[in-house]
Ligand binder design. Structure first.
Ligand code: AMP
Length: 113
């Protein structure tokens, strides 16, 4: 756990969130500021700051996050969904604990506005 990390606090249940899945290595919860009718985050329990900070021997974690996202999207029968990792402030990353955005429930334009 990293100090001052809001997602570490959510994972440790020190602050509340709308958790939709808890697994040994991952938690998924609703985004507090949804950008689509469905918008949740898949978050590893381990604190890693960003995609750039993922070491080669940790890359399996990324595939596992995608697997969790896919399973949840199928469970709620999303017709399509968008998966997003923001890496770095310029890309819009605001929480420096890696997380996979899962967005859906409406037609999604590309590129996003
Ligand atoms: P990013 O900008 O890619 O780092 O995404 C961070 C996301 O975390 C944003 O979509 C926020 O709305 C979301 N977020 C921030 N704080 C919370 C929280 N306490 N509970 C749920 N989602 C949060």
């Amino acid at each position: 756990m990293s100090e001052d990390c809001i997602f570490c606090e959510i994972v440790a249940k020190k602050i509340p969130s709308k958790i939709i899945l808890e697994e040994k290595n991952f938690v998924a919860f609703q985004d507090v500021n949804p950008q689509a009718p469905v918008h949740f985050l898949v978050v590893p329990r381990v604190h890693i700051e960003s995609i750039d900070a993922v070491k080669d021997n940790e890359l399996i974690l990324i595939g596992q996050m995608v697997k969790v996202a896919k399973q949840l999207a199928h469970e709620i029968k999303l017709k399509g969904y968008r998966l997003v990792f923001n890496n770095g402030r310029e890309a819009g990353q605001s929480v420096f604990h890696i997380h996979l955005h899962v967005l859906g429930g409406r037609p999604m334009l590309w590129p996003p506005g």
